[in-house]
Design a protein around this ligand. Structure first.
Ligand code: FPP
Length: 244
């Protein structure tokens, strides 16, 4: 983005990305769907790096939903392989990532994932925990309803143990039990791929998010497309329920 334009904008603090359209991108090229996910993983790298350069505080990428287990075994296997490759590469490229200041976090129900992958996730999180640049949340085995349910369970457990009263339950205590605790809610959620729905992504956090839908398929999504989405976002009048 042009420096002058960039300086004149109040950027979103947190952007969510629903990485949709990988399968169609591959099919249109006569390739297997898995190839679309590989291309989508490249776009993830390009866009997360670009967000770090723009100075975005947090980004969340929807990489694998709790419903995605219903996909063919081979496709699920490819996605797990891509996560492993990303983690291994993150270790190799530590210097580069350090320069960008990425803090990497995984959002989702880790109990349903292969043990070695969970270990790699935790190592990657621990290694980047002190970074102060963009927080990159990768939602894996993630579902918004499951996330809220887990937060409510944690609260109920505290109430049962007498550590908390029912009257102490507030929106903040629910937010504090979510994977994104401590981060701002997403200001902007971008969904490429032509569909206009949230698909169980950050449903609590998205209460006042602005949405940007585009027909571009995720593997074709570029930093210039992100510029367009950000400029569109900046033109909106966010009232948060008030009159302005
Ligand atoms: C939805 O497109 C996309 C997914 C279910 C997977 C997204 C995951 C990646 C791009 C890999 C990310 C990798 C890392 C390391 C974070 P779709 O397959 O439903 O597309 P379709 O609607 O065209 O079929």
């Amino acid at each position: 983005m042009d420096e002058k334009i960039l300086k004149s904008l109040v950027l979103p603090r947190h952007i969510g990305f629903i990485m949709d359209g990988n399968g169609r991108w591959a099919t249109a090229r006569g390739l297997e769907r898995s190839e679309g996910h590989k291309a989508g993983a490249e776009t993830f790298r390009t866009i997360s790096t670009y967000c770090a350069k723009l100075g975005i505080e947090s980004v969340t990428f929807y990489a694998f939903s709790t419903e995605n287990w219903k996909r063919p075994k081979k496709e699920v296997g490819t996605l797990m392989k891509l996560f492993r490759a990303f983690l291994e590469e993150a270790q190799e490229r530590e210097g580069e990532n350090e320069a960008l200041g990425f803090r990497i976090k995984f959002a989702g129900d880790m109990t349903g994932l292969p043990k070695d992958l969970i270990r790699l996730f935790r190592t990657c999180e621990a290694r980047s925990a002190n970074k102060t640049g963009t927080t990159v949340n990768i939602a894996v085995n993630y579902g918004g309803r499951a996330e809220i349910t887990a937060a409510v369970r944690k609260i109920a457990e505290k109430v049962r143990k007498g550590e908390m009263g029912v009257d102490d339950i507030t929106e903040d205590t629910v937010s504090a039990g979510l994977y994104t605790a401590g981060q701002p809610d997403p200001d902007l959620i971008i969904r490429p791929g032509g569909e206009s729905r949230l698909s169980n992504f950050l449903i609590w956090q998205a209460a006042y998010s602005e949405f940007y839908f585009t027909d571009i398929l995720w593997p074709d999504f570029t930093p210039e497309d992100l510029d367009k989405a950000i400029i569109d976002f900046c033109s909106r009048n966010r009232r948060f329920g008030a009159v302005k």
